[in-house]
Ligand binder design. Structure first.
Ligand code: SF4
Length: 130
């Protein structure tokens, strides 16, 4: 699956879940997206949930802004808009330089989610393809 296809599919899943949870306050909604709660209540939302495995080694991991608003995809590379000190890069055989976010926890922190919150996930991620 291409990144674009995943992005669109995830946007639809996110939208559906936020609509289902429209009775919750913003803070309750953010807390609902806590990894442990999502594993229990939304097992199909992420492939990692089946293995109960976090994508990053964090005690409290929030899944609301998975994808990261700072991620940028261009024709020959993907990059980090804030040049996170915990980011890296990997070049594939075809020469594409991939942003490596495996060591970065920025978008999974509750404080970051609060600061960048919108019920519209696509709006928050609108610069991913700039
Ligand atoms: S390195 Fe961190 S802040 Fe930068 S795009 Fe990746 S997850 Fe986002």
């Amino acid at each position: 699956m291409s990144y674009q296809s995943w992005h669109e599919e995830h946007a639809q899943k996110h939208k559906k879940l936020v609509e289902k949870l429209s009775h919750l306050s913003d803070e309750e909604l953010i807390q609902y997206f806590d990894f442990d709660n999502m594993v229990e209540k939304e097992p199909d939302f992420c492939v990692m949930y089946a293995k109960n495995k976090k994508c990053h080694d964090m005690e409290t991991l929030n899944c609301y802004l998975c994808a990261c608003p700072n991620f940028r995809v261009g024709e020959k590379s993907s990059t980090c808009d804030i040049n996170s000190k915990d980011g890296g890069s990997i070049t594939s055989k075809d020469g594409f330089v991939h942003q490596d976010c495996s060591g970065c926890t920025v978008p999974h922190k509750v404080s970051y989610v609060r600061k960048n919150f919108s019920r519209d996930w696509k709006e928050v991620m609108s610069k991913n393809f700039d």
